[in-house]
Design a protein around this ligand. Structure first.
Ligand code: GDD
Ligand code: MN
Length: 381
């Protein structure tokens, strides 16, 4: 790999040419304007890692300041190879940067950590050692087990947000995260052999969660750590990052077709509310009740379309114009309604089913058809 950022600034980047030794570690560090931290970070890494573990450091940088140049300069004094991947078009934020680094990592172990020294560099060898000792695929540095703490999480507001996010995430993935006390941690070690970079769709900060859900490491170990104060500069997280996290959760939770169908169904059920409200209003306005049924159904369809666009299939909207998607969606939703009656007639009249059973079967059948049709004809695969 090259270090485009450094080249641009006329500084040579240092890069490992030899294949890393087995058992060695590639330390991936995402940076966004961390020029005040990287020198001290490299100094502390040099102090505690190479004596115990062969290592290389890969920075994945989206900075608009002189961070790449500061790294290149500081790398001259480092006892291990240091490289910088500078991204001109940062996609996926912090998580996207880490995945970029994962693609180039050559060691058996990969450690991901922040650049601002909130994650103690001295813990890097311990994370890998814990993995080797327990034969785990993933080792999470946790603030929430004995010996750990979130000392550096400034302010009651941030503590509350972090707590809420941890709770919600564990509630959504109870089995998968049973043995992970701190799924929000940005400090962890993972075996390269379990990382399938092509399966990852990172979205923002929670790259550990992304890896845990999509790569399914079999055994997970945890090592406590004290979340330190930031060394220099400011946190890059924001309310916008919070929204991105919620979208990321929805995407991870609906990765399987069964989960997607469930959410699709729940959204469909919620559509009864606008449907009935519209029906009531139209009746009150004196519209014929059958015409009102048809029109009111469109209120439910519109509501469902909105939620599905914004939540369920947000990342699969593709290049079709929204009006095109809306039209297709409405067509399928109404076809469902039209198809139900002849189906029920068939089940009852020809197959001798009870009316209630026939209705339930027809409802389920048209629901599955509607889901499959929407996936196939409205949104991207
Ligand atoms: N390349 C790149 N691109 N790096 C980024 C970006 C980005 O868009 N955004 C942030 N970073 C880098 C920062 O430069 C820093 O090295 C690291 O990612 C963490 O960013 P901070 O802004 O310091 O995050 P934080 O302290 O608010 O959050 C950290 O702690 C949380 C736990 O409370 C992160 O580790 C979170 O993942 C973690 O949940
Ligand atoms: Mn930080």
């Amino acid at each position: 790999i090259d270090a485009t950022g450094s080249d641009e600034l006329g500084e040579p980047a240092v890069r490992a040419v030899e294949v890393p030794e087995p058992g060695a570690v590639t330390i991936i560090i995402p940076t966004f304007n961390e020029s005040g931290n990287v020198r001290e970070l490299l100094r502390r890494l040099a102090e505690s890692v190479p004596a115990r573990l062969p290592c290389e450091v890969v920075f994945v940088d989206d900075s608009t300041d002189d961070t790449p140049a500061v790294i290149a300069a500081a790398a001259q004094d480092c006892p291990f190879p240091v490289s910088v991947i500078h991204r001109e078009e940062p996609v996926g934020g912090l998580g996207g940067a880490v995945v970029e680094g994962l693609r180039t990592a050559g060691s058996d172990w990969i450690v991901v950590m922040d650049a601002d020294l909130q994650h103690p560099p001295s813990l890097v060898p311990e994370l890998v050692a814990a993995g080797e000792r327990t034969n785990a695929d993933l080792v999470v540095a946790s603030r929430y087990i004995a010996g750990g703490s979130r000392a550096g999480l400034a302010g009651g507001y941030r503590v509350a947000v972090s707590r809420g996010a941890t709770w919600l995430t564990k509630a959504l993935f109870p089995r998968l995260l049973r043995s992970v006390s701190d799924p929000m941690s940005g400090f962890f070690a993972i075996r390269r052999s379990v990382v399938t970079a092509d399966a990852l769709k990172p979205l923002g900060y929670k790259i550990l969660l992304e890896l845990a859900v999509r790569c399914r490491p079999e055994t997970v170990a945890e090592v406590p750590f004290v979340f330190q104060d930031r060394f220099a500069g400011e946190s890059k997280s924001s309310a916008r990052e919070g929204m991105r996290f919620l979208r990321h959760l929805v995407e991870l939770r609906t990765a399987s077709p069964v989960a997607r169908m469930l959410v699709f169904g729940l959204i469909g059920l919620s559509g009864f509310v606008p449907n009935l409200l519209a029906l009531h209003a139209l009746n009150a306005a004196g519209m014929h009740y059958l015409a009102a049924e048809v029109v009111a159904n469109q209120a439910g369809v519109a509501w469902n379309f909105l939620l599905i666009e914004l939540l369920l299939f947000r990342s699969r909207r593709g290049h079709r114009h929204w009006a095109d998607r809306a039209g297709r969606f409405a067509l399928i939703a109404n076809a469902d309604l039209v198809l139900r009656i002849p189906l029920i007639a068939l089940f009852v009249g020809e197959w001798g089913m009870g009316v209630l059973t026939a209705t339930v079967v027809a409802l389920l059948l048209t629901f599955v058809l509607r889901f499959a049709g929407t996936e196939a004809l409205v949104y991207l695969p």
